[in-house]
Write a protein that binds this ligand. Sequence first.
Ligand code: GAP
Length: 456
Amino acid sequence: MAVTPGKVTMEKLVSLSSRRGFVFQSSDIYGGLSSCWDYGPLGVELKRNVKEAWWRANVQNRDDMVGLDASILMHPQVWVASGHVKQFADPLVECKKCHLRWRADQVPGNVCPSCGGELTEPRLFNLMFKTFMGPIEDEAGIVYLRPETAQGMFVNFLNVLTTTRRKLPFGMAQIGKAFRNEITTGNFIFRSREFEQMEIEFFVKPGTDNEWFEYWVNERLAWYTRHGIKKENLRLRPHGKEELAHYARDCSDVEYNFPMGWAELEGIANRSDFDLVQHSKSSGKELNYFDEEAKQHYTPYIIEPSAGVDRSVLAFLCDAYAEELDKDELRVVLHFHPDIAPIKVAVLPLSRRENLVKFARDVYADLRLCWTVQYDDAQSIGRRYRRQDEIGTPLCVTVDFESLEDNQVTIRDRDSMNQIRLPLAELRNTVAAKLAGEEFMKVPPGGKVWRSGEGG
Ligand code: GAP
C-alpha cells in the first residue's frame, strides 16, 4: 500500500517523544501529574544543547554579558516590590455545577465549556506557588517559588556591578526553573506549571533603550534561525498598549508557528527603570549607576529578552520533524541542526562478529571523547539508520568487513542519505568538519564518495 508523508502534529510529537525517550509525563506510573513533564535520556541532551547554544551565543561569545545563577527561593519582599503579589494574577471563573475552573478570558459567555453549567463572576487568582520556610507553617514563613528568573538578576545588580566593574551597556544572563500555577495548561510542554527560562537583563543608558530593544529583537530572531528554525515559522508580534505587562514600556513576542497555531516563544520587553526603582524603594539600597563620562548618576533602563527553554525545545522538535518518502517507504526524520541534535554520531558495526565488534568499539570509544555517540548493533543496518533518523542523529559511522582490511569506515549523512568512505585516521577531523557545516560530499585525503542516497 502506498504511504503518504504527513505534516507534524502535536500527537505525533508526543508519541515520538515518549516512544524514543525525549519527554515523559511526570509521575507516569501514578497516572501522571498534570502539566509537569520529565525529560528522558534524549530529551535531556536536547534541552542541554538548547541551553548551551543560548549560553554560548549570549554569554561566552560576548564581552558585554555575565552569567548568574540565583536561588529559586527569594526574600518575599522581592515579589511585593516587583508587583507580583498584587498583579501576577489571571481572572478565574468556576463552574457552579462541576467546579472546574477556567481562565475568564478563555471562555466565551457565562457557560462552562465542560458541562454547560453556570459560571461564577471572575475573581483574581495569583499564579505564584506558595510554600513555607522553616519548621512553622504560618504567614511569617511564606516564601514563593519564583515565577520568573528575572528578579534574581535585578536584586544582584549592585553585587555584579561592583564585583565585575562593568560599564554600561552590559547584561546578565540566567537559565533556571520557574513555577506558575497556571489555570489552563496544555499543548504538551508549551505551557506547564514547572518550566525553565533563559533570560537576559540588559542594562542601558536611558535614551538608548529603543535602539537596544531593536538590537535584541533582531539578535534573538537570528539566534533561532542560526540554529535551524525556518524563517517562515517565526514572526514578531508587537504588543498593543493595553496588553503590556505592568512593568513594560514596550514588548514584542517572538512567535512560532506551532502545530496548534502561532504562539509566544519568547517575549522581548523594554522594562525601563521600573524594577531597579521598585527594589531601591523597597530595600532602601540605591540601585543606580555612576556614569564616569557624563559624571552623573542614573538608574539604567533594562531590555529583557526572555525565552522559554521548554518552548524552544518544542519549537526545535516541531521544526525538525519531517516525514519523507524513501523509495516506497516512509522515513521519519528530525532534521536538527548539529548543535541541537541530542546524539551527534552513531557507530554501527555491520555484524556482531568478534573482530568487527572490537574495531567498532574502538571507533566508538574514540569518538565519544568528543561527542555524544551511540553504539547500535541490533537489527539490520537499514533499520538502524531509520532509528537514528528518527532521533535526529546527523552522522552514522558504519564499520564493515572491508574496514578490517583497509582501515576505512563509511559516514552516512542523515539529510541526504549520501555516504563517503575515508581512512580511520581522518575520522575525527571529518566528523568535526561535517558537524560544523562542511559540505558532506567533500571528502578528506584518501577518501571517496561511497553512495549517493540510501542503499544498504
Ligand atoms: N521575565 C519576563 C517573563 O517571565 P513571560 O512572557 O511571562 O516573561 C517568558 O515569560 C517566557 O517564558 C515565555 O515567552 C515562555 O517561553 C516561557 N513561559 C512562560 N510561562 C510558561 C509556562 N507556563 N510554561 C512554559 N513556558 C513558559
